[in-house]
Each structure stands twice: as C-alpha cells, then as structure tokens.
Ligand binder design. Structure first.
Ligand code: SF4
Ligand code: FES
Length: 248
C-alpha cells in the first residue's frame, strides 16, 4: 500500500517542532508499524536526510519503549497492543497517518518522536520495591501462602510495562493508572504489605512532584492501555493512600 505520513519532527528539547509530510510506497500489510517506520528511515538515509528518531527495544510488547501517538491514539487504532505489535493491515492503501510523540509536561520531547519518561523511573525508585534480606538467609517464597485470587490480581497489575500511554491519553496527563498498578502489585501480596503505607505515600508524592495531573475518572487510560490495566488499581491506590494518611 502507498501511504502519506505526517510526522512530528523536532531537533531537540528546546527547538520548536512541526509536522512534516513523507510518502512511503509498497508497504506490505504484514509489516509491523515500526517496520514501516524502518522503511521510511532507510528511504530518508538514502536521500541524505536525517532519519526520524523513535523509541523501541523488544518489538514484542514487553519493554514499553515504543510510544507513538498514531492518528490521535496512543499505540494506534488497535486495542490491548503496543505500537510494535500494530500491523499495517489496520490501515488502507492511500491513507494519511498522523504520527506524534506522547505529549505531557512530565514527558518532554528529546527528539522527534522520542520523549523523556524517566519521571516514571523516579516514581518507581521512590517506593516501587520491597526490602528483603538477600544475604543468603532468604525465606522460601512458598512459605507464605497467598490466595490464588490475590496472586492473580497482583499479576494483572504487574503486567504494566510503564509505556506511558495512560499519561499521553489522559486529558489531565495523569499517571494514576501507572502508579496505581505499581502500588497494587505489592499491596495485594503479604510481602508488599510491610512497607505499603510508606510506599504509597512516597510514590504519590513523587508523582505530584513530577508534574502529572490528577485523575477525574474519565477512563480513557484504561481503554488505551496496551496491557488493559484496570481502573480498579487507581481506586486501590486511593484507598491505600487514605489509610496511610490516617496512620500518619
Ligand atoms: S498502566 Fe498501561 S498505559 Fe499506563 S504505563 Fe502501564 S501499561 Fe502503559
Ligand atoms: S518495543 Fe518493546 S513494547 Fe514495543
């Protein structure tokens, strides 16, 4: 198929960006979206132009690096998948496709389609872990029995890959689906309860410090999330936060 691409180009964080139009031809419907971007970049390099910078790593929906806003939707028109799992069969010959970076104050553009998502790492570092003795006297994990339902819910929360689509989609640029998932994956398990109050207090404080907005229950984040993380995790984080605040 032949396509017209309107792509956000921006040389650096302080430089003004703009949409630039490109044409790509003979794109196979079996290609992934990122493979189509590779074709464009090869074309640009052959023409002596600078290739379009975009983030990617695993290309199989695991790392959360690919972060494109495609035709006004984070990770494009499909549901429950990342940009790297999106296939060109979702588009038609002659289509015009708009490709932009994830936009949020807390995710500044580094170059073209690449944004700085280290704010998520700082939130994780604030409390997204459990403190265990790894000196060699570690307790056998199976010594603590965990109800299957709790383990399943914790696993669902833990599937968050930190891509940032929730933030990019939210009209408030809220990171509460991401932080809710990270708080929940520990809060649901006995190993995570020990530091639960401290964790939620510190992670929420860091989230606010990074400049993310608040949740107003629109639910767009849940729809666009490639891992279908449930809004229930935001409600659980709020309960954990209130409990921690009452504890002082
Ligand atoms: S909650 Fe979903 S959209 Fe948000 S960072 Fe995690 S995987 Fe990405
Ligand atoms: S490149 Fe890793 S999730 Fe898309």
């Amino acid at each position: 198929m032949d396509l017209t691409l309107k792509i956000w180009r921006q040389k650096g964080p302080e430089v003004k960006g703009k949409m630039v139009t490109y044409k790509v031809n003979d794109i196979s419907e079996h290609m992934s979206f990122l493979e189509m971007m590779d074709v464009l970049n090869e074309q640009l390099i052959n023409e002596g132009d600078e290739p379009v910078a975009f983030d990617h790593d695993c290309r199989e929906g695991i790392c959360g690096m690919c972060s494109l806003y495609i035709n006004g939707e984070a990770h494009g028109p499909d549901r429950g998948i990342t940009t790297c799992q999106l296939h060109m069969r979702k588009f038609n010959d002659g289509d015009t496709i708009y490709i932009e970076p994830f936009r949020a104050k807390a995710f500044p553009v580094i170059k073209d389609l690449v944004v700085d998502r280290t704010a998520f790492e700082r939130i994780q570092q604030a409390g997204g872990f459990i403190s265990v003795n790894t000196s060699g006297n570690t307790q056998d994990a199976n010594a603590i029995l965990i109800p299957k339902a709790a383990a399943d819910e914790a696993m669902d929360a833990a599937t968050c890959i930190g891509c940032g689509a929730c933030v990019a989609t939210c009209k408030n640029s809220s990171a509460m689906l991401f932080v809710g998932a990270k708080v929940s994956q520990y809060a649901l398990l006995p190993q995570g309860r020990v530091e639960a109050a401290d964790r939620v207090t510190k992670m929420v404080a860091q989230m606010d410090h990074e400049g993310f907005g608040n949740c107003t229950n629109t639910g767009a984040c849940e729809i666009e999330c490639p891992k279908e993380i449930s809004l229930v995790n935001i409600a659980r984080m709020n309960r954990e936060f209130i409990k921690a605040s009452l504890k002082g």
